[in-house]
Design a binder for this molecule. Structure first.
Ligand SMILES: [Zn+2]
Ligand SMILES: [Zn+2]
Length: 182
C-alpha cells in the first residue's frame, strides 16, 4: 500500500497536539460550526469516498505512527472490561434491533425496541397486484426493505412498518455471529 500521508517526517508534533485538543473539546463542548470545520473540505470528501478497507488500514497506520492518535482511538473504540480482563470493543451491533450501541454505557431496560418474529408477506392486503411470474418472488430481503408495509410481523401481527413490539436491553451480536454459517 502506498503511504498516503507521511506523518513521521514533517511536524508530527503539531498534528498530535491537534488531535489532543480536538478530543478535549469533544468531551466538553462541541464547537458551533461542527466537529469537521477545521478539516479541509477535500479531505472530508476523500474520507467519505475511500473504501472501508483502505480507511481501516489508514486508521491503523495512524495509530502506529502517532501516539496521540492511538490514545484517541483507544478512547473511542475500546471500553475497560473490569480490572483484570483487557479492554474490549466499545461499539457493538445489537443482535436484536441491529442498531449500533455503546458497550461502555450501562444497559437500560427499554433501550432496545425490536420484533422477535419474522416478516411474512401479506398476500391478502399487501401484495394483491403482485404477479410473481413478472415481478419476481415476493418473499425476498429486498422486498422487506423496499415494501415493509406489505409484510406482517409473525410476533405481533402488525405491519412491517410498525415499531418493535418488545422492549429490552441491547445485546452484542458477536455470540450469534460465531454460530452463523458464513
Ligand atoms: Zn412484533
Ligand atoms: Zn438492541
Amino acid at each position: 500500500m502506498p503511504a498516503v500521508i507521511d506523518l513521521t517526517n514533517s511536524d508530527s508534533d503539531s498534528s498530535e497536539q491537534d488531535i489532543e485538543s480536538r478530543s478535549n473539546t469533544v468531551s466538553s463542548e462541541p464547537p458551533n460550526d461542527g466537529p469537521n470545520s477545521s478539516i479541509p473540505k477535500p479531505l472530508v470528501k476523500a474520507v467519505s469516498s475511500v473504501s472501508e478497507k483502505r480507511l481501516r488500514e489508514i486508521v491503523l497506520d495512524l495509530a502506529a505512527q502517532v501516539p496521540a492518535a492511538k490514545q484517541f482511538l483507544e478512547q473511542e473504540l475500546l471500553v475497560a472490561n473490569g480490572a483484570k480482563r483487557p479492554s474490549t470493543v466499545r461499539w457493538e451491533t445489537c443482535e436484536k434491533c441491529a442498531e449500533e450501541f455503546d458497550m461502555g454505557e450501562e444497559r437500560e431496560d427499554g433501550e432496545c425496541v425490536y420484533h422477535p418474529g419474522e416478516m411474512m408477506p401479506d398476500y391478502e392486503e399487501g401484495f394483491v397486484d403482485w404477479d410473481e411470474s413478472c415481478h419476481g418472488p415476493v418473499d425476498t430481503e429486498e422486498n422487506r426493505r423496499q415494501y415493509p408495509e406489505n409484510f406482517i410481523w409473525t410476533c405481533c401481527d402488525e405491519l412491517g412498518t410498525a415499531s418493535g413490539c418488545v422492549r429490552d436491553e441491547h445485546a452484542p451480536a458477536r455470540a450469534s455471529r460465531k454460530r452463523a454459517r458464513h
